[in-house]
Ligand binder design. Structure first.
Ligand SMILES: *Cc1c(COP(=O)(O)O)cnc(C)c1O
Length: 459
Protein backbone atom coordinates (compact mmCIF):
# COMPACT_ATOMS: atom_id res chain seq x y z
CA UNK A 1 0.00 0.00 0.00
CA UNK A 2 1.21 3.52 -0.76
CA UNK A 3 1.94 5.58 2.32
CA UNK A 4 -0.47 8.56 2.25
CA UNK A 5 0.57 12.20 2.48
CA UNK A 6 0.61 13.88 5.91
CA UNK A 7 1.64 17.24 7.39
CA UNK A 8 5.35 18.01 7.81
CA UNK A 9 4.89 19.13 11.45
CA UNK A 10 3.20 18.14 14.67
CA UNK A 11 1.30 20.44 17.03
CA UNK A 12 2.81 21.77 20.28
CA UNK A 13 0.32 24.44 21.31
CA UNK A 14 -3.40 24.62 20.61
CA UNK A 15 -5.97 27.39 20.51
CA UNK A 16 -9.53 26.28 21.30
CA UNK A 17 -12.27 27.27 18.87
CA UNK A 18 -15.94 27.14 19.66
CA UNK A 19 -18.86 25.81 17.68
CA UNK A 20 -22.12 27.72 17.89
CA UNK A 21 -25.75 27.01 17.13
CA UNK A 22 -27.57 28.23 14.06
CA UNK A 23 -29.85 30.34 16.32
CA UNK A 24 -26.83 32.09 17.82
CA UNK A 25 -25.35 32.73 14.39
CA UNK A 26 -28.63 34.14 13.06
CA UNK A 27 -28.59 36.70 15.88
CA UNK A 28 -24.87 37.50 15.64
CA UNK A 29 -24.86 38.08 11.89
CA UNK A 30 -27.97 40.23 12.15
CA UNK A 31 -26.27 42.28 14.91
CA UNK A 32 -23.22 42.50 12.59
CA UNK A 33 -25.49 44.04 9.90
CA UNK A 34 -24.71 41.04 7.69
CA UNK A 35 -21.10 42.17 7.34
CA UNK A 36 -18.68 39.33 8.19
CA UNK A 37 -15.94 41.85 9.12
CA UNK A 38 -18.15 43.03 12.00
CA UNK A 39 -18.27 39.59 13.66
CA UNK A 40 -16.23 38.95 16.78
CA UNK A 41 -13.72 36.22 15.96
CA UNK A 42 -15.15 34.24 18.90
CA UNK A 43 -18.35 33.93 16.89
CA UNK A 44 -16.48 32.21 14.05
CA UNK A 45 -15.71 28.48 14.04
CA UNK A 46 -13.41 28.27 11.01
CA UNK A 47 -11.97 31.62 9.95
CA UNK A 48 -11.01 31.80 6.27
CA UNK A 49 -11.36 35.59 6.01
CA UNK A 50 -7.67 35.94 5.13
CA UNK A 51 -4.29 34.20 5.18
CA UNK A 52 -2.64 37.52 6.09
CA UNK A 53 -0.94 37.54 9.47
CA UNK A 54 -3.08 34.60 10.60
CA UNK A 55 -0.45 31.86 10.33
CA UNK A 56 0.97 29.78 13.20
CA UNK A 57 4.62 30.45 13.99
CA UNK A 58 7.00 27.55 14.56
CA UNK A 59 8.96 26.72 17.73
CA UNK A 60 12.03 28.23 16.02
CA UNK A 61 10.17 31.47 15.36
CA UNK A 62 8.86 31.68 18.93
CA UNK A 63 12.34 31.11 20.29
CA UNK A 64 13.77 33.74 17.92
CA UNK A 65 11.30 36.22 19.47
CA UNK A 66 13.01 35.80 22.82
CA UNK A 67 16.36 36.72 21.24
CA UNK A 68 15.02 39.96 19.77
CA UNK A 69 17.37 42.94 20.11
CA UNK A 70 15.23 46.01 20.72
CA UNK A 71 18.03 48.57 20.22
CA UNK A 72 16.73 51.61 18.37
CA UNK A 73 19.64 51.67 15.92
CA UNK A 74 21.75 48.85 14.52
CA UNK A 75 19.94 46.03 16.35
CA UNK A 76 21.19 42.44 15.91
CA UNK A 77 17.66 41.59 14.77
CA UNK A 78 17.99 44.05 11.88
CA UNK A 79 21.15 42.26 10.77
CA UNK A 80 19.44 38.87 11.09
CA UNK A 81 16.76 40.13 8.73
CA UNK A 82 19.36 41.66 6.42
CA UNK A 83 21.24 38.34 6.18
CA UNK A 84 18.03 36.44 5.46
CA UNK A 85 17.11 38.84 2.66
CA UNK A 86 20.59 38.57 1.17
CA UNK A 87 20.73 34.75 1.40
CA UNK A 88 17.16 33.96 0.36
CA UNK A 89 16.17 36.77 -2.02
CA UNK A 90 19.66 37.97 -3.04
CA UNK A 91 19.16 41.66 -2.20
CA UNK A 92 21.88 43.79 -0.57
CA UNK A 93 19.70 46.69 0.58
CA UNK A 94 16.34 46.83 2.34
CA UNK A 95 14.07 48.86 4.59
CA UNK A 96 11.80 47.20 7.17
CA UNK A 97 8.16 48.39 7.27
CA UNK A 98 5.17 47.43 9.38
CA UNK A 99 3.41 45.59 6.53
CA UNK A 100 3.15 45.32 2.74
CA UNK A 101 1.16 48.47 2.03
CA UNK A 102 3.65 50.47 4.09
CA UNK A 103 6.43 49.15 1.87
CA UNK A 104 4.42 50.37 -1.12
CA UNK A 105 3.87 53.74 0.49
CA UNK A 106 7.59 54.26 1.18
CA UNK A 107 8.77 53.12 -2.26
CA UNK A 108 6.03 54.83 -4.27
CA UNK A 109 6.65 58.09 -2.40
CA UNK A 110 9.99 58.19 -4.22
CA UNK A 111 9.07 56.72 -7.59
CA UNK A 112 5.43 57.33 -8.51
CA UNK A 113 4.39 60.76 -9.83
CA UNK A 114 1.13 62.23 -11.07
CA UNK A 115 0.22 61.00 -14.55
CA UNK A 116 2.57 57.98 -14.42
CA UNK A 117 1.63 54.61 -15.91
CA UNK A 118 2.30 51.42 -13.91
CA UNK A 119 1.73 48.25 -15.93
CA UNK A 120 1.45 44.89 -14.16
CA UNK A 121 -0.59 41.73 -13.57
CA UNK A 122 -3.81 42.45 -11.63
CA UNK A 123 -2.31 44.92 -9.15
CA UNK A 124 -3.34 44.12 -5.58
CA UNK A 125 -5.89 46.60 -4.19
CA UNK A 126 -3.47 48.41 -1.83
CA UNK A 127 -0.90 48.60 -4.64
CA UNK A 128 -3.48 50.08 -6.96
CA UNK A 129 -4.65 52.36 -4.15
CA UNK A 130 -1.13 53.72 -3.62
CA UNK A 131 -0.74 54.26 -7.37
CA UNK A 132 -4.10 56.00 -7.82
CA UNK A 133 -3.68 58.04 -4.64
CA UNK A 134 -0.69 59.65 -6.43
CA UNK A 135 -2.89 60.29 -9.50
CA UNK A 136 -1.05 57.68 -11.55
CA UNK A 137 -2.64 54.80 -13.49
CA UNK A 138 -2.38 51.04 -13.03
CA UNK A 139 -2.70 49.12 -16.32
CA UNK A 140 -3.61 45.46 -16.02
CA UNK A 141 -1.73 43.25 -18.51
CA UNK A 142 -2.74 39.83 -17.12
CA UNK A 143 -3.35 37.06 -19.68
CA UNK A 144 -7.00 36.71 -20.78
CA UNK A 145 -7.10 33.08 -19.58
CA UNK A 146 -7.09 34.39 -15.99
CA UNK A 147 -10.64 35.67 -16.40
CA UNK A 148 -12.20 32.32 -17.34
CA UNK A 149 -12.85 30.59 -13.98
CA UNK A 150 -13.36 27.10 -15.41
CA UNK A 151 -10.24 27.09 -17.57
CA UNK A 152 -7.34 25.02 -16.20
CA UNK A 153 -4.02 26.78 -16.88
CA UNK A 154 -0.80 26.10 -14.94
CA UNK A 155 0.25 29.78 -14.77
CA UNK A 156 -2.90 31.84 -14.78
CA UNK A 157 -1.07 34.70 -13.06
CA UNK A 158 1.12 35.40 -16.10
CA UNK A 159 1.53 38.72 -17.86
CA UNK A 160 0.45 38.96 -21.50
CA UNK A 161 3.75 40.11 -23.01
CA UNK A 162 2.02 41.67 -26.03
CA UNK A 163 -0.24 43.78 -23.81
CA UNK A 164 2.78 44.81 -21.74
CA UNK A 165 4.92 45.69 -24.75
CA UNK A 166 2.10 47.83 -26.14
CA UNK A 167 2.04 49.89 -22.93
CA UNK A 168 5.84 50.19 -22.92
CA UNK A 169 5.91 51.21 -26.57
CA UNK A 170 3.11 53.76 -26.35
CA UNK A 171 4.40 55.67 -23.31
CA UNK A 172 7.70 57.46 -22.78
CA UNK A 173 9.88 55.58 -20.29
CA UNK A 174 10.00 58.65 -18.04
CA UNK A 175 6.27 58.08 -17.45
CA UNK A 176 6.75 54.46 -16.31
CA UNK A 177 8.41 54.28 -12.88
CA UNK A 178 8.38 50.45 -12.92
CA UNK A 179 6.49 47.36 -13.99
CA UNK A 180 4.90 45.53 -11.06
CA UNK A 181 4.84 41.74 -11.14
CA UNK A 182 2.60 40.25 -8.45
CA UNK A 183 3.74 36.77 -7.43
CA UNK A 184 1.52 34.89 -6.93
CA UNK A 185 -1.20 36.88 -8.61
CA UNK A 186 -3.57 37.32 -5.66
CA UNK A 187 -6.42 39.09 -7.44
CA UNK A 188 -6.53 36.46 -10.21
CA UNK A 189 -7.04 33.77 -7.56
CA UNK A 190 -3.61 33.13 -6.03
CA UNK A 191 -2.39 31.99 -9.43
CA UNK A 192 1.34 31.63 -10.15
CA UNK A 193 3.60 33.31 -12.70
CA UNK A 194 5.98 31.00 -14.60
CA UNK A 195 9.76 31.48 -14.69
CA UNK A 196 9.49 31.76 -18.46
CA UNK A 197 7.04 34.64 -18.02
CA UNK A 198 9.26 36.29 -15.40
CA UNK A 199 12.14 36.11 -17.92
CA UNK A 200 9.89 37.55 -20.63
CA UNK A 201 8.76 40.47 -18.47
CA UNK A 202 12.35 41.10 -17.41
CA UNK A 203 13.54 41.13 -21.03
CA UNK A 204 10.89 43.73 -21.92
CA UNK A 205 11.82 45.81 -18.87
CA UNK A 206 15.45 45.84 -20.04
CA UNK A 207 14.53 46.53 -23.68
CA UNK A 208 12.52 49.60 -22.69
CA UNK A 209 14.83 50.57 -19.81
CA UNK A 210 12.15 50.38 -17.13
CA UNK A 211 12.58 48.96 -13.60
CA UNK A 212 10.91 45.71 -12.54
CA UNK A 213 9.28 45.50 -9.09
CA UNK A 214 8.11 42.22 -7.57
CA UNK A 215 5.10 42.46 -5.28
CA UNK A 216 6.33 39.36 -3.49
CA UNK A 217 3.75 38.53 -0.78
CA UNK A 218 3.48 34.88 -1.92
CA UNK A 219 6.78 34.41 -3.74
CA UNK A 220 7.49 31.06 -2.05
CA UNK A 221 4.14 29.58 -3.09
CA UNK A 222 4.95 30.82 -6.60
CA UNK A 223 8.30 29.01 -6.49
CA UNK A 224 6.55 25.80 -5.40
CA UNK A 225 4.29 25.95 -8.45
CA UNK A 226 7.31 26.53 -10.72
CA UNK A 227 8.99 23.45 -9.26
CA UNK A 228 5.88 21.30 -9.65
CA UNK A 229 4.54 22.60 -12.97
CA UNK A 230 7.34 24.08 -15.06
CA UNK A 231 9.72 22.02 -17.15
CA UNK A 232 13.31 22.04 -15.96
CA UNK A 233 12.62 22.89 -12.30
CA UNK A 234 11.62 19.55 -10.76
CA UNK A 235 15.12 18.90 -9.40
CA UNK A 236 15.84 22.41 -8.16
CA UNK A 237 15.26 23.36 -4.53
CA UNK A 238 12.71 26.05 -3.65
CA UNK A 239 15.57 28.27 -2.47
CA UNK A 240 17.36 27.91 -5.82
CA UNK A 241 14.16 28.77 -7.67
CA UNK A 242 13.50 31.77 -5.41
CA UNK A 243 16.99 33.16 -6.04
CA UNK A 244 16.55 32.70 -9.78
CA UNK A 245 13.17 34.47 -9.69
CA UNK A 246 14.49 37.47 -7.79
CA UNK A 247 17.57 37.84 -10.03
CA UNK A 248 15.15 39.45 -12.47
CA UNK A 249 13.82 42.03 -10.01
CA UNK A 250 15.28 45.51 -9.47
CA UNK A 251 12.99 46.10 -6.51
CA UNK A 252 10.71 44.08 -4.25
CA UNK A 253 7.94 44.94 -1.81
CA UNK A 254 6.77 42.32 0.65
CA UNK A 255 3.90 41.68 2.99
CA UNK A 256 5.62 39.34 5.43
CA UNK A 257 2.22 38.46 6.86
CA UNK A 258 1.92 36.00 3.97
CA UNK A 259 4.89 33.83 2.98
CA UNK A 260 7.23 34.88 5.81
CA UNK A 261 4.63 33.41 8.23
CA UNK A 262 4.65 36.24 10.76
CA UNK A 263 1.72 38.12 12.24
CA UNK A 264 3.04 41.56 11.28
CA UNK A 265 5.84 42.93 9.10
CA UNK A 266 7.03 43.87 5.64
CA UNK A 267 9.95 45.32 3.70
CA UNK A 268 11.21 46.97 0.53
CA UNK A 269 14.32 45.57 -1.21
CA UNK A 270 16.66 47.58 -3.44
CA UNK A 271 19.69 46.96 -5.62
CA UNK A 272 20.46 50.65 -5.99
CA UNK A 273 21.96 52.35 -2.95
CA UNK A 274 20.97 55.81 -4.17
CA UNK A 275 17.33 54.81 -4.32
CA UNK A 276 17.59 53.25 -0.87
CA UNK A 277 18.86 56.58 0.47
CA UNK A 278 15.96 58.49 -1.07
CA UNK A 279 13.42 56.00 0.28
CA UNK A 280 15.03 56.08 3.74
CA UNK A 281 13.70 59.60 4.31
CA UNK A 282 10.13 58.38 3.75
CA UNK A 283 10.75 55.31 5.89
CA UNK A 284 11.87 57.52 8.77
CA UNK A 285 8.86 59.79 8.26
CA UNK A 286 6.14 57.14 7.95
CA UNK A 287 7.51 53.97 9.58
CA UNK A 288 10.47 54.42 11.89
CA UNK A 289 14.24 54.61 11.85
CA UNK A 290 15.85 52.66 8.99
CA UNK A 291 17.00 49.72 11.14
CA UNK A 292 13.53 48.91 12.49
CA UNK A 293 10.97 50.81 10.36
CA UNK A 294 7.71 49.81 12.01
CA UNK A 295 8.90 46.47 13.40
CA UNK A 296 10.15 45.47 16.81
CA UNK A 297 13.44 43.57 17.03
CA UNK A 298 11.70 40.35 18.01
CA UNK A 299 9.43 40.58 14.98
CA UNK A 300 12.42 41.06 12.65
CA UNK A 301 13.97 37.93 14.19
CA UNK A 302 10.81 35.88 13.66
CA UNK A 303 10.58 37.19 10.10
CA UNK A 304 14.14 36.09 9.32
CA UNK A 305 13.37 32.57 10.53
CA UNK A 306 9.99 32.56 8.78
CA UNK A 307 11.57 33.41 5.43
CA UNK A 308 13.87 30.44 5.79
CA UNK A 309 11.11 28.01 6.82
CA UNK A 310 8.69 29.39 4.27
CA UNK A 311 11.07 28.48 1.45
CA UNK A 312 11.38 24.83 2.47
CA UNK A 313 9.69 22.33 0.17
CA UNK A 314 8.07 20.19 2.90
CA UNK A 315 6.35 23.17 4.46
CA UNK A 316 5.10 24.46 1.10
CA UNK A 317 3.91 21.02 0.02
CA UNK A 318 1.87 20.67 3.22
CA UNK A 319 0.41 24.13 2.78
CA UNK A 320 -0.52 23.97 -0.87
CA UNK A 321 -1.77 20.38 -0.67
CA UNK A 322 -4.22 21.52 1.99
CA UNK A 323 -5.69 24.16 -0.31
CA UNK A 324 -5.81 21.55 -3.10
CA UNK A 325 -7.51 19.13 -0.71
CA UNK A 326 -10.28 21.63 -0.04
CA UNK A 327 -10.61 22.10 -3.82
CA UNK A 328 -10.80 18.35 -4.44
CA UNK A 329 -13.57 17.93 -1.84
CA UNK A 330 -15.57 20.78 -3.39
CA UNK A 331 -15.06 19.25 -6.83
CA UNK A 332 -16.27 15.89 -5.52
CA UNK A 333 -19.47 17.60 -4.30
CA UNK A 334 -19.88 19.51 -7.57
CA UNK A 335 -19.58 22.93 -5.88
CA UNK A 336 -18.26 25.39 -8.54
CA UNK A 337 -15.02 27.27 -7.83
CA UNK A 338 -12.31 28.99 -9.80
CA UNK A 339 -9.84 26.49 -11.34
CA UNK A 340 -7.20 25.48 -10.65
CA UNK A 341 -7.05 25.86 -6.84
CA UNK A 342 -4.79 28.81 -5.92
CA UNK A 343 -1.79 28.70 -3.61
CA UNK A 344 -3.50 30.31 -0.63
CA UNK A 345 -7.22 30.19 -1.28
CA UNK A 346 -10.22 28.71 -3.01
CA UNK A 347 -12.54 31.16 -4.74
CA UNK A 348 -16.14 29.90 -4.80
CA UNK A 349 -18.07 30.88 -7.93
CA UNK A 350 -21.02 32.56 -6.21
CA UNK A 351 -23.03 33.24 -9.37
CA UNK A 352 -23.10 29.52 -10.16
CA UNK A 353 -23.72 28.46 -6.56
CA UNK A 354 -26.64 30.88 -6.03
CA UNK A 355 -28.16 31.29 -9.51
CA UNK A 356 -31.43 32.76 -8.21
CA UNK A 357 -30.03 35.78 -6.34
CA UNK A 358 -30.13 38.98 -8.49
CA UNK A 359 -26.75 40.68 -8.93
CA UNK A 360 -28.23 43.88 -7.44
CA UNK A 361 -28.59 41.94 -4.16
CA UNK A 362 -24.88 41.06 -3.75
CA UNK A 363 -24.57 37.39 -4.69
CA UNK A 364 -21.15 36.67 -3.21
CA UNK A 365 -22.03 38.45 0.04
CA UNK A 366 -25.23 36.39 0.22
CA UNK A 367 -23.14 33.24 -0.17
CA UNK A 368 -20.77 34.46 2.56
CA UNK A 369 -23.66 34.93 5.00
CA UNK A 370 -25.18 31.54 4.09
CA UNK A 371 -21.87 29.73 4.64
CA UNK A 372 -21.55 31.44 8.02
CA UNK A 373 -25.10 30.47 9.00
CA UNK A 374 -24.51 26.90 7.82
CA UNK A 375 -21.44 26.12 9.95
CA UNK A 376 -19.82 29.28 11.37
CA UNK A 377 -17.32 29.59 8.50
CA UNK A 378 -16.10 33.06 7.53
CA UNK A 379 -14.96 33.81 3.98
CA UNK A 380 -14.67 37.17 2.25
CA UNK A 381 -16.67 38.70 -0.59
CA UNK A 382 -14.75 39.41 -3.79
CA UNK A 383 -17.62 40.87 -5.76
CA UNK A 384 -19.82 43.94 -6.15
CA UNK A 385 -19.33 45.26 -2.61
CA UNK A 386 -15.55 45.11 -3.01
CA UNK A 387 -15.76 46.69 -6.47
CA UNK A 388 -17.21 49.92 -4.98
CA UNK A 389 -19.20 52.48 -6.95
CA UNK A 390 -18.08 54.24 -10.10
CA UNK A 391 -16.48 57.47 -8.83
CA UNK A 392 -18.32 59.56 -11.47
CA UNK A 393 -21.79 58.03 -11.80
CA UNK A 394 -21.94 56.61 -8.22
CA UNK A 395 -23.58 53.50 -9.71
CA UNK A 396 -22.54 50.05 -8.51
CA UNK A 397 -19.71 48.52 -10.56
CA UNK A 398 -20.52 44.89 -11.35
CA UNK A 399 -17.30 42.87 -11.73
CA UNK A 400 -16.92 40.00 -14.19
CA UNK A 401 -16.99 37.47 -11.37
CA UNK A 402 -18.81 37.23 -8.06
CA UNK A 403 -16.50 35.21 -5.81
CA UNK A 404 -16.35 34.16 -2.19
CA UNK A 405 -12.71 33.72 -1.19
CA UNK A 406 -11.85 31.05 1.33
CA UNK A 407 -8.25 31.86 2.34
CA UNK A 408 -6.46 29.16 4.31
CA UNK A 409 -4.20 30.39 7.15
CA UNK A 410 -0.74 28.75 7.25
CA UNK A 411 -0.25 25.77 9.62
CA UNK A 412 -3.51 26.57 11.49
CA UNK A 413 -6.28 24.18 10.49
CA UNK A 414 -6.32 20.44 9.75
CA UNK A 415 -7.93 18.69 6.82
CA UNK A 416 -10.84 17.80 9.12
CA UNK A 417 -11.62 21.51 9.16
CA UNK A 418 -11.43 21.53 5.37
CA UNK A 419 -13.97 18.67 5.37
CA UNK A 420 -16.33 20.84 7.43
CA UNK A 421 -15.91 23.74 5.01
CA UNK A 422 -16.58 21.58 1.95
CA UNK A 423 -19.64 19.92 3.52
CA UNK A 424 -21.07 23.31 4.52
CA UNK A 425 -20.54 24.66 0.99
CA UNK A 426 -22.27 21.58 -0.40
CA UNK A 427 -25.26 22.07 1.91
CA UNK A 428 -25.63 25.70 0.80
CA UNK A 429 -25.32 24.61 -2.84
CA UNK A 430 -27.98 21.93 -2.31
CA UNK A 431 -30.36 24.59 -0.92
CA UNK A 432 -29.74 26.94 -3.86
CA UNK A 433 -33.32 26.87 -5.12
CA UNK A 434 -34.58 28.13 -1.75
CA UNK A 435 -32.15 31.06 -1.73
CA UNK A 436 -33.78 33.59 -4.04
CA UNK A 437 -32.96 36.94 -2.49
CA UNK A 438 -29.98 38.74 -1.01
CA UNK A 439 -29.17 42.02 0.72
CA UNK A 440 -29.53 45.77 0.38
CA UNK A 441 -27.19 48.46 1.65
CA UNK A 442 -28.24 50.53 4.67
CA UNK A 443 -25.04 52.56 5.07
CA UNK A 444 -21.72 52.58 3.23
CA UNK A 445 -18.43 54.50 3.10
CA UNK A 446 -17.51 56.37 -0.11
CA UNK A 447 -14.52 54.07 -0.82
CA UNK A 448 -13.49 50.60 0.40
CA UNK A 449 -17.05 50.18 1.61
CA UNK A 450 -16.84 46.40 2.05
CA UNK A 451 -15.00 46.73 5.38
CA UNK A 452 -17.73 48.74 7.10
CA UNK A 453 -20.88 48.40 4.99
CA UNK A 454 -24.16 47.72 6.85
CA UNK A 455 -26.73 45.54 5.14
CA UNK A 456 -30.23 44.20 5.61
CA UNK A 457 -32.16 41.35 4.04
CA UNK A 458 -34.17 42.25 0.95
CA UNK A 459 -36.90 39.81 2.06
C1 LIG B 1 -1.41 41.47 1.27
C2 LIG B 1 -0.84 41.98 0.04
C3 LIG B 1 -0.33 43.29 -0.05
C4 LIG B 1 -0.43 44.28 1.08
O1 LIG B 1 0.18 43.83 2.23
P1 LIG B 1 -0.36 44.17 3.71
O2 LIG B 1 0.64 43.48 4.58
O3 LIG B 1 -1.73 43.62 3.83
O4 LIG B 1 -0.33 45.63 3.87
C5 LIG B 1 0.23 43.69 -1.24
N1 LIG B 1 0.28 42.85 -2.30
C6 LIG B 1 -0.20 41.61 -2.26
C7 LIG B 1 -0.12 40.72 -3.46
C8 LIG B 1 -0.78 41.12 -1.11
O5 LIG B 1 -1.30 39.89 -1.07
Amino acid sequence: MNIPFAESYKIKMVEPIRKSTKEERLQWIKDARYNLFNLKSDYVYIDLLTDSGTGAMSEQQWSALMLGDESYAGARSYYNMKNALKNILGFDYFLPTHQGRAAENVLFSVLVKEGNIVPGNSHFDTTKGHIEFRKAHAVDCTIDEAFDPQLEHPFKGNVDLNKLEKVLKENPKEQIPFIVLTITNNTAGGQPVSMENIRGVSALAKKYDVKLLFDSARFAENAYFIKIREEGYANKTIKEIVLEMFQHADLATMSSKKDAIVNMGGFVCFRDEELLKKASTFNIMFEGYITYGGMSGRDMNALAVGLDEGTEFDYLETRIKQVEYLGSKLAEYGVPFQRPAGGHAIFLDATKILPNVPKEEYIAQTLGVELYLEAGIRGVEIGTLLADRDPDTRENRYPKLELLRLAVPRRVYTNNHMDVVAAAAKNVYDRRNEITSGYKIITEAPIMRHFTVELDRVK
